[in-house]
Design a protein around this ligand. Structure first.
Ligand code: SF4
Length: 74
């Protein structure tokens, strides 16, 4: 992947027919993986409406990290 390219964006297909797609434990692990990366990166915090909520959830969690956010809050 190259930053700043002029090529048309590539859309990755969702593997929604895979049973793993509906596995709540795997969904939780993937949400935590992605949000932990975004919480550390914050590059697009002013473009993505998820950030105010993510920061609030992290601040309110017992660990003050993404791992302390309750699955129901995702
Ligand atoms: S650029 Fe945005 S979406 Fe990508 S990892 Fe950083 S915060 Fe997350």
């Amino acid at each position: 992947m190259r930053e700043g390219g002029l090529e048309a964006p590539f859309r990755r297909p969702l593997d929604w027919e895979n049973p793993d797609f509906y596995d709540e434990a795997k969904l939780d692990a993937e949400m935590r993986r992605v949000l932990d990366i975004c919480h550390g990166c914050r590059r697009c915090f002013n473009l993505c409406d998820s950030f105010p909520r993510l920061f609030d959830l992290v601040d309110e969690s017992a660990t003050m990290e993404v791992d302390g956010v309750q699955p129901s809050d995702f």
